[in-house]
Each structure stands twice: as C-alpha cells, then as structure tokens.
Design a protein around this ligand. Structure first.
Ligand code: PLP
Length: 299
C-alpha cells in the first residue's frame, strides 16, 4: 500500500505515520469493528467517489449491529472523506473507513470501550488483475446467518474470507467461491456472484451475503438495459451450466469468471452481457453516463 499524506482520525487529519492505535485496542483482539471499501475515480470534474453515501449508510448500519454509535453524521463522514481526498491530492484510489472499539476495557462486552473512527485513502489498482478469473469453491462455507448478522460488514467476519483466500495461495486459482450451509452459492470472499443463463441474470438472494453496493448497481444497470434479473438460490450445477458468470464488488468492479472448479463457463470467453455491464459500470464510475452521475460525489 502506498502511503498518502494524511489519515482522518476521530474528527481531524493526522499525518499518515502518526495514525496509530494502542495494542490493547478492543477491536484488535476481538474483531469488533465495522468498515467500508469505497473507490474514487478520476473524472472530468475531479475525483469522483462512487456511491459514497450508500457506503457510509452501510457503515453506520454495520456499526449499529455491534451496538456502536458513530459520533459523526453520515454528512460529516462524507465531508470528511472529501476533505481527506483533497488534502492527499490524489485523483483515484480506494477509501477505507473503519469504526472500531478502541482502548478502554478488556472482556467481551465492548460497551465501555471508546468508539474510534478513521478514514484512509490511497491509490489502488485492480483487485483481481486478470481478464477472466478462474475460481474454486472453498472448503469453508460462508458465515452462517444464525451465527452472526451476515449482511453487516464487520471486521471479524473477514477471517472467513481470509481463510478462503489463504487456502488458494500457491494454486492457479484467482479467487474463491463460498457456498452456504445448504450447499447453494453464496458469494466470493470480497465479491458478489452472478450468472447469466438464456439472457437472464441470476444472483443469490440477500440472507447469507453482503448486500453489495456494486451488486445493487449492476442489478439496476441490467434492469435499465431491459435485462431480467432474478435474485434466487443458485446451485453449483446451475453455475457450471451458465452461459456467463461474473463477480461484482467495489474492489473487483465487474470481473468476468472463466472457470469454476476447472469447469469452463459458457464459451470460455467473456460473454456479451458481462461485457455490456462491465463497460456500463466502468463508464458510470468515471462520470461518463449522465443518468448515473448522481452516483458520484465530487471531492
Ligand atoms: C464478502 C463481500 N461480498 C461482497 C462484496 C461486494 O460489496 P460492494 O459491492 O459493496 O463492494 C464485498 C466487498 O465489500 C465483500 O466483502
């Protein structure tokens, strides 16, 4: 990660190297933080932050699941993000807001630990730098909605994702795919999953997955283009038999999937619907589509 000049911490900018925490920080021990991943893009009107407000709303929701009240309004968090980008003088990259229980008490009740909040940003390129991803079903299942609140973006949940990523390290696969406890497809470690079959799009329903902001963007873009989208359970056999498959995510954007467990999806080439949605998405994030310009906040 390339350091920038400043990190926003608890209400003000501090130099990157001074943005440190105590080792007794509660979230460091127990994972009780909530975070976001947001991208901003170089546009003709300056850095454009994609769906900033929706990300901050999800952050506040995820924090609330931990009983945490972030002492800043959504407007203040959005403005802080813009201020940070301006101060760092970078035109495109990734933004990481994180709210966490800080240094105060130990033990599993975090309520007497202070709520801390930081936002960092830095230049960041492609997350899955391949034309088409070869993916493999993880031996781990996605976190179970009866063990946690699966649609909250909570730090501790990401051990599940990290295990799936580590399992593939040193193999030829680019990314993992989680099934849920029923054996149906859930999502990737940091991406939502879609298939195309007979010119209709199918994606797993909310429940065991993160309600991805890119997922909802792509659903909207597909429907705007007159393509039917169905949110429903998808089995692995259906995925093998799909015409196209792709991942979506803020980091991964729209990443076409070439193979699942070595089974070639469709023709093996990037499919036409994936192609259209990928290019519509990449146009929208840089402000080239008037009807989606409202998704951008200009820093
Ligand atoms: C587990 C998981 N699923 C899906 C996504 C995609 O979500 P979004 O499109 O909001 O980035 C992410 C990324 O944050 C994720 O971590």
């Amino acid at each position: 990660m390339e350091p920038t000049k400043y990190i926003w911490m608890n209400g003000g900018l501090v130099p990157w190297e001074n943005a440190t925490v105590h080792v007794m920080t509660h979230a460091l021990h127990y994972g009780d933080g909530a975070f976001e991943g947001i991208r901003f893009y170089k546009t003709s009107s300056g850095p454009g932050i994609f769906r900033l407000r929706e990300h901050m709303e999800r952050l506040v929701y995820s924090a609330s699941v931990l009983g945490m009240i972030i002492p800043f309004s959504i407007e203040q968090l959005c403005e802080a993000t813009c201020e940070l980008i301006r101060a760092n003088e970078i035109v495109q990259g990734y933004i990481r807001p994180l709210a966490y229980y800080g240094y105060g008490v130990m033990g599993l009740n975090p309520r007497n630990s202070p709520t801390e909040m930081m936002i960092a940003c830095w230049p960041w390129g492609k997350y899955l730098p391949v034309e088409q991803a070869d993916i493999k079903v993880s031996s781990y299942i996605r976190i179970h909605p009866r063990s946690t609140i699966a649609d909250a973006k909570i730090c501790g949940h990401y051990v599940n994702s990290i295990l799936a990523v580590l399992e593939l390290k040193g193999t030829k696969y680019h990314e993992a795919l989680f099934l849920d406890s029923e054996g149906m497809i859930a999502e990737g470690p940091g991406e939502n999953f879609f298939i195309v079959k007979n010119e209709e799009i199918h994606t797993p329903p909310l429940g065991t997955i993160l309600a991805g902001i890119t997922r909802s963007t792509i659903i909207q873009m597909a429907r705007d283009a007159g393509i039917t989208v169905r949110e429903r359970g998808i089995s692995l056999d259906e995925a093998y038999d799909a015409d196209e498959a792709f991942f979506t995510g803020t980091a991964a954007e729209v990443t076409p999937i070439g193979t699942i467990n070595d089974s070639v999806i469709g023709s093996g080439k990037i499919g036409p619907i994936t192609n259209v949605l990928k290019s519509r998405y990449l146009d929208a994030v840089v402000g080239n589509t008037d009807s989606y310009r409202g998704f951008l906040t200009f820093a």
